[in-house]
Each structure stands twice: as C-alpha cells, then as structure tokens.
Design a protein around this ligand. Structure first.
Ligand SMILES: Nc1ncnc2c1ncn2[C@@H]1O[C@H](COP(=O)(O)OP(=O)(O)OP(=O)(O)O)[C@@H](O)[C@H]1O
Ligand SMILES: [Mg+2]
Length: 146
C-alpha cells in the first residue's frame, strides 16, 4: 500500500493522473472509498486527464454511470452513493461494464465490494484536520487465484 498526502485539489488531480499513467490500462478496475468531499471525483478527473479526456468530469450523484471516451479508451465512471441494494446493479448490467475492455472507476465502492472483481485497485480517501489536505491510500488488490 502507498500513502499520499495532498494539499490542494490540484495535487489530488495530479496524483490521479500519475496513478493512471503508471498503472491503468484496458480492463482496469478502480474502487474509490471515502466520505463526501474527500476528493474521489477530483482523482477521477486526473485519471481522465492521463488519457487526454477533458470532459467536465463531475459526480452528480443522480447519475449512476458516466461514460468518457478518447480515441484509445473508454472510461466508465460509476457513482453508487444512492445505491441501496446490489440488485439495482444487475438492472444496469454492471457486470458487462466491469468485465469489459474499458476502465471502470467506482465511487462509493464499499456499497458493492462483494461484486467487484478481485483484481482491482482500492483507493481510500480521508479528510484531515487541515481543510485542504487529504490522505489517499492506494492499494493493489491482485488475487491470483487459490
Ligand atoms: N487536497 C484536496 N484534494 C481534493 N479535493 C480537495 C482538496 N482540498 C480541498 N478539496 C475540495 O474538496 C472537494 C472534493 O470534491 P470531490 O467532488 O472530488 O469529492 P468526492 O469525494 O467525489 O465527493 P462525493 O462523495 O460527494 O462524490 C472539492 O470541493 C475540492 O475543491
Ligand atoms: Mg464524487
């Protein structure tokens, strides 16, 4: 696990960009955990930047799936803040998204961990006593079978 401390939203965006450049490719799954306003969506902005996607990445919690495309890659950005039960995901065909060639990024992943692939990145976001500071822990989950 790697731990980072960012001092501004720009630093979190940059961290997301670096993370993506170093780790993400087709089929990648990234699970994001953390309270409201801890910077999950800023981090996603950075990931998109790494792939030259300059959409206005936001997380209106009403939209469950946002899709961003570049010439090379598709990114699915999920926000499960409002998901109450896993069965709501079967309705949207979640499996077909996360097991596709696209990169899938999931905010509020704690609501759906049991149906996430084992091979994924888990990233935890925390507030600190400092208003513009966040702690971000990046963990590679890579079970290679038993
Ligand atoms: N170090 C920092 N990193 C990221 N965001 C920061 C930081 N310091 C302050 N902020 C502010 O915190 C907010 C983070 O918002 P963001 O939408 O990324 O959070 P979120 O975790 O996605 O929240 P939600 O659960 O509501 O989707 C922004 O308003 C941003 O300006
Ligand atoms: Mg968000």
């Amino acid at each position: 696990m790697e731990t980072f401390r960012t001092k501004s939203e720009t630093e979190t965006i940059e961290l997301g960009k670096k993370f993506a450049e170093n780790n993400l490719k087709e089929g990648g799954v990234v699970a994001l955990y953390g309270d409201l306003g801890t910077g999950k969506t800023r981090f996603v902005q950075g990931i998109c930047k790494a792939f030259n996607i300059h959409y206005n990445v936001s997380s209106p919690s009403f939209t469950i799936i946002n899709e961003y495309k570049s010439e090379k890659i598709t990114i699915y950005h999920f926000d499960f803040y409002r998901i109450n039960h896993i069965s709501e995901l079967t309705e949207i065909g979640f499996d077909e998204y996360i097991f596709s060639k696209a990169i899938s990024i999931i905010e509020w992943a704690d609501r759906v961990t049991e149906i996430l692939p084992d091979k994924r990145y888990d990233i935890h976001f925390f507030h600190t006593e400092q208003e513009n500071e966040r702690i971000i822990e990046i963990k590679k989950n890579d079970y290679t079978g038993h």
